[in-house]
Design a protein around this ligand. Structure first.
Ligand SMILES: NC(=O)CCC(=O)C(=O)O
Length: 295
């Protein structure tokens, strides 16, 4: 992982449009790919330079589907999904945060986000660090750890549209990951996600705003649209939050592409008017950076 200097530095582009493609996921992989490809094209027509896709968008979010739909990302001939993303990024000259997909690697399955640059090259991959295991009797029971192996690396990627930190859905509940990204000079954290109907209403917006406020940076989330016929119903509500915790744009739960402008100078403004970093009392509590432990 690239180690960044701490002070905030404005990237080359400071104002640009982001698109959150809240697509409707079906059990037909080819149809999902076509739909995503059309939504990316639409986003580009609207002027977007950064496009974000949802968690598990080529596959239903269901434990019995992950292995069936998984692709080996190191063998591009066997990965129609990565080929489509790479071509789309290159042909439109944009950065794509490729949501998340089931990935096979040496007999293990991961919930993985791939990031492509405008040259179509795979810049980074983030494997979901915090797997989603939940059991609320009578409401929801889901155990990602039955099928997936957890990733063990934070992911920071330098792009033409700033320094981006990646998390996948449940990763958003862990403030330490976002704080680490903040320490490493990230401008925006993108979380492809698929929150559920039990926790979504109370928490989805709250955790996004909390991560943004704590760290005075942008937070973008992208969910699949709600499909009540499957075994897992997603909450939807893809959102962009600004560095003072303001909701810049959000969606309902239906299929849609949400587009908004990001202005990174708002990060500096917010940090200047409320210098949380200077006010921190690390003499009382110390944030331990994993790279201090494992350089
Ligand atoms: N796919 C997920 O990680 C869902 C996370 C979630 O719904 C939560 O409450 O956390």
């Amino acid at each position: 992982m690239a180690v960044a200097p701490n002070p905030f530095q404005l990237p080359n582009i400071t104002k640009f449009k982001i698109a959150l493609c809240q697509l409707s996921v079906t059990s037909d992989k080819n149809q999902n790919l076509d739909r995503a490809s059309r939504m990316i094209r639409f986003s580009v027509k609207q002027g977007s330079k950064l496009v974000v896709l949802p968690e598990m968008w080529n596959c239903p979010y269901s434990s019995d589907c992950f292995a069936k739909y998984a692709e080996d990302f190191d063998n591009r001939d066997a990965s129609p999904t990565l080929s489509m993303l790479s071509e789309a990024a290159c042909c439109h000259g944009i950065t794509i945060i490729g949501g998340s997909l089931p990935e096979w690697d040496h007999g293990r399955l991961y919930n993985t986000c791939c990031i492509f640059g405008p040259d179509g090259k795979l810049k980074a991959r983030h494997r979901k660090i915090h797997l989603f295991d939940i059991d609320i009797p009578g409401e929801i029971s889901f155990k990602e750890s039955d099928t997936f192996t957890a990733g063990d690396q934070p992911t920071i990627v330098d792009t033409e549209v700033g320094r981006i930190g990646i998390g996948i859905c449940h990763d958003i509940r862990f403030p330490e990951l976002a704080a680490l990204y903040r320490k490493r000079g990230v401008d925006i954290i993108c979380y492809p996600g698929a929150f559920n109907m039990s926790t979504g209403e109370l928490l989805w917006e709250l955790v996004q705003r909390a991560r943004a406020i704590d760290n005075q940076l942008f937070v973008a989330t992208c969910s699949p649209s709600r499909n009540s016929t499957g075994s897992y119903t997603t909450w939807g509500h893809s959102t962009l939050v600004g560095p003072s915790g303001e909701i810049i744009v959000t969606s309902g739960h239906e299929e849609t592409t949400v587009i908004a402008e990001i202005d990174y100078s708002n990060i500096q403004l917010q940090r200047k008017s409320l210098p949380l970093d200077d006010q921190k009392r690390e003499d009382i509590y110390k944030f331990i950076d994993v790279h201090e432990l494992n350089p």
